[in-house]
Design a protein around this ligand. Structure first.
Ligand code: PHE
Length: 336
C-alpha cells in the first residue's frame, strides 16, 4: 500500500467489497456456503475486510478519519449479514433428519365459509328481524296434528296421501311444510304474534333441476287485531325488494290452502326476467286454525306465508340447478 493512496479509490473498493459480500451472504443456501463467505470476507487472516482495513495505513490523517468511519459501518453490516445467513441456513438436527425444513414458508390454511343456503337463511332472519319478526323453531319429525289436523287439513284431504308424504311409525312424519311451526307458536303464546320459522321440509318428489325430496322453507306468521292482506302484501314486497333488488315486483294469484282464507300464490318478477316465478304461498289465517290453537277469530286476524329458501337463493345467485346446493362440491360452493 503506498503512503499516498487516494481516499476516493479506497472508498470505491470498500463499497464494492460490501456489495459482493452482502450478495454472497444473502445468496448462501447452506451452512457450508455461509462459512465459505465468512472466510472470504471476514476471515481473521486473509479476509478481504482485513485487506480493506490495512488500507487505512496508506491514507493521510483527514482521509483516515472519513475512511475509518465508513470501514467500521461496513464491517458491522457484514458481520450482521453473516449472522443472519447462519441463522437462516441452520436447522435443528432432528428436523433435518426427518426431512422437515422449517425454513420453508408455511401452508396457508384454506378459509371456509357458510353454505349459500345458510347465508340466505341468515339474511332472511336479519331482514325480517328489521320488520319486527323473531325466529321460531319446530321439530322436523312432526305429529299428524301439527302437520295436518290443526292446519285444517282433514284426513280425507289429498295433501295427506301417503305417496306425497314421508310417514314414520307411531303417528309421526317428516314435516312437509313449516306451517307446523305456526301451530306450535300459537299454542305456546297469546297474540300478538310476529314470527318467522326457517327449516327443512320433506316431500317424496323426484329429484330434478328444480325439485328435491328435502328443501327449506321460510314461514311467516303475523297475528294481531286488525291485520289485513295489505299488511301481508307490503311485508312480502318490502322483503322481496330487499333480498332480490329494488326493481322486483310481486303479484298475488288466487289460490287455495286449507289453513288460509283467502289464499294466494306469491309470484315475483325481476329486472330482465321474462316471466313471473312462483315463490310460495300465503294468505289470511283461516278461523279454523285460530280455533285449533285457542285464539278467538272474532278478536284477531293474521297472515301467513311460506316461501322456498332454495328458490330465493338460486334467484339471488343465478343458480340454475337445485342439486348443486346439496352436492358439497367446493368448486361450486367456493364461489359464494
Ligand atoms: N305451507 C304452504 C306450502 O308449503 C305454503 C303456505 C304457507 C301457504 C303459509 C299459506 C300460508 O305450500
Amino acid at each position: 500500500m503506498s503512503a499516498n493512496d487516494s481516499l476516493d479509490a479506497a472508498q470505491a473498493d470498500l463499497e464494492a467489497l460490501e456489495a459482493s459480500a452482502l450478495s454472497a451472504f444473502q445468496g448462501a443456501r447452506d451452512p457450508q456456503a455461509v462459512e465459505a463467505a465468512r472466510i472470504e470476507f471476514l476471515g481473521q487472516k486473509q479476509g478481504r475486510i482485513k485487506t480493506a482495513q490495512e488500507r487505512l495505513r496508506g491514507l493521510d490523517p483527514a482521509a483516515k478519519k472519513v475512511y475509518g468511519q465508513r470501514f467500521n459501518t461496513v464491517k458491522k453490516t457484514l458481520e450482521d449479514a453473516c449472522d443472519a445467513a447462519k441463522a437462516r441456513v441452520e436447522r435443528p438436527a432432528a428436523a433435518v433428519a426427518e426431512g422437515l425444513d422449517i425454513t420453508l414458508p408455511g401452508l396457508r390454511p384454506r378459509l371456509g365459509h357458510r353454505h349459500p343456503l345458510t347465508q340466505t337463511a341468515e339474511e332472511l332472519v336479519d331482514l325480517f328481524g328489521r320488520f319486527g319478526f323473531s325466529v321460531a323453531r319446530g321439530p322436523e319429525v312432526e305429529d299428524i296434528f301439527h302437520n295436518f289436523e290443526a292446519l285444517n287439513i282433514p284426513a280425507s284431504h289429498p295433501a295427506r296421501d301417503p305417496l306425497d308424504n314421508f310417514y314414520l311409525s307411531n303417528g309421526t312424519m317428516l314435516r312437509s311444510q313449516t306451517s307446523t311451526v305456526q301451530i306450535r307458536v300459537m299454542e305456546n303464546q297469546p297474540p300478538p304474534v310476529r314470527v318467522i320459522a326457517i327449516g327443512r321440509v320433506y316431500r317424496p318428489d323426484t329429484v330434478d333441476a328444480t325439485h328435491s325430496f328435502m328443501f327449506h322453507q321460510i314461514e311467516g306468521l303475523m297475528v294481531d287485531r286488525g291485520v289485513t292482506m295489505a299488511d301481508l302484501k307490503t311485508v312480502l314486497r318490502l322483503f322481496a325488494q330487499s333480498y332480490l333488488g329494488r326493481d322486483v315486483k310481486i303479484r298475488f294469484r288466487p289460490s287455495f290452502f286449507p289453513f288460509t282464507e283467502p289464499s294466494v300464490e306469491v309470484d315475483m318478477l325481476w329486472h330482465g326476467g321474462d316471466r313471473w316465478v312462483e315463490m310460495g304461498g300465503a294468505g289470511m289465517v283461516d278461523p279454523n286454525v285460530f280455533r285449533a290453537v285457542g285464539y278467538d277469530p272474532e278478536e284477531v286476524t293474521g297472515f301467513a306465508f311460506g316461501l322456498g329458501i332454495e328458490r330465493l337463493c338460486m334467484r339471488r345467485h343465478a343458480i340454475d340447478d337445485i342439486r348443486l346446493l346439496y352436492q358439497n362440491d367446493t368448486r361450486f360452493l367456493g364461489q359464494f
